[in-house]
Write a protein that binds this ligand. Sequence first.
Ligand code: ATP
Ligand code: MG
Length: 545
Amino acid sequence: MNFVEAEKVFPWVKEGKGNIVYEAIDRHVESGAGDTVALYYSDGEREESLTFAEIQSKSSQFARGLLQLGIQQGDRVFLFMPRSPDLYIALIGIIRMGAIAGPLFEAFMESAVRDRLQDSGARAIVTTPSLLTRIPQSDLPELAHVIVAGAKEELAAPLHAFEQVMKQPDDPFIQEVSGEDGLYLHYTSGSTGKPKGVLHAHAGLLHQYVSGAVVYDFRPGDKYWCTADPGWITGTSAGIFAPWLHGVSIVVRGGRFRSEDWYATIEKYGVTVWFSAPTAFRMLMAAGDDVPKQFDFSKLRHVLSAGEPLNPEVIRWGEQVLQRRIHDNWWMTETGSTICANRPDIPVRLGSMGKPLPGIHLAIVDSKGNELPPNTMGDLAILPPWPAMMRAIWGNEEKYQSYFRNGWYISGDSAYRDEDGYFWFQGRIDDVINTSGERIGPFEVESKLVEHPAVAEAGVIGIPDPMRGEIIKAFVTLRQGYSPSEELAVQIKQFVKEKLAAHAAPREIEFRSGLPKTRSGKIMRRVLKAWELGLPTGDLSTLEE
Ligand code: ATP
Ligand code: MG
């Protein structure tokens, strides 16, 4: 499966009209798979499932309700609610009527919500009673409607009960759009600075379909669990559309992380394909290997990771505990879908992010935008366009243009390619450390650190040094049973020196009880650096508490 073949499956995408929701939902109902479960939901208390036919009718009701409120094609309608069946119905309903969905992670505080609603000129937002207080009452002249799911009291405009909005005929209704029309607007994770509003188009479905086939390895009858929240691109592109375009059932777990519940979810639903992130795998690792022994993972066929570099130690853990290799894949909010992956058809190389998808030209370029030979560290770049590529940074053409250099899309990540075409992530360009004339990616050092039995997680930064340019400092959290000591710090430094290289060993180690992370689970090295150097921390709207 490649993009050209995908175009044959969805010929309208290039010229003509259609809708990604038709391909992800209605098409399956029309071909007789309406009774297949599309979504299994549980949160420990509530358990529910929805078939493709049910999603078709409920999301049609919501789409009609939006129309009745005066929402028009191209309007931005946001979602700010915990994972629940309603979230999925609303998301599909928004896209079904041609509006642009703006999913927000439920943990955002008021100012983060305000920023995003203001930036995008949102017309409506769907939320729950408990999150309502975080929706600003002022400064949002364009926000005409707030739809509240599960409200106990009577609501007055601009508030509307979700259940009331849903009171519409349930026969299928779909707005046809062109492939280039807006699909969703995702704000980036904020790891490197202020989050950007990244606009995607319906035509991205070609890419999502191909990723589903060649990276996520979907097969008929699969039960797929992607742990990412729909507030992030992984949660929509890989979590919802890729599987539903293939008619594959998804598993959605509400509530907070608990290692037992996570393992139990895999067992209970017989999950066959599981997509999570390094931070989650590291949390499971830290919870110990006795917990997973109580569960049955025999149905699990394929395990994936994205969002952050995947430490080889985590892959080794996966082999032991899950009996599966974890397949790392690389992409960004801006790329819209997977770009580079340890695809199931090639051997996994530990610590590498694999090879590009067929049809994607990925390269390493220098500061002028010239391609570099193998084994040279440089900027990871993609030759545009590709189907799921962002169509705009919302309201900021200048920012959009700043991604391009000499015809390349520049990712902002630093990497190299080996002779066999595998790509190796080194770090964010801004995080690469220059010490005594050597360029060192923080990822390699962090991966070595977490191989030490005492280390749970590590964040590595460079700090200015008059002699060496920069020296390496590591912030480390410890596994259960270990406590900070000068002796342990010396031991850990020695460990990296012996196992990686003397020049890559941290000169300083600071033990911490936690690392600053984005709400999508990424270590925020810029925050470590700002704290260390006493500099302003910048936008912290996505910082986890
Ligand atoms: P912001 O752009 O706001 O600073 P962000 O870059 O973290 O935040 P995302 O679009 O969510 O926002 O994340 C994309 C980035 O995540 C990539 O540029 C890369 O640095 C990192 N990433 C994603 N997948 C991988 C992976 N498999 N290996 C290494 N890094 C990855
Ligand atoms: Mg980014």
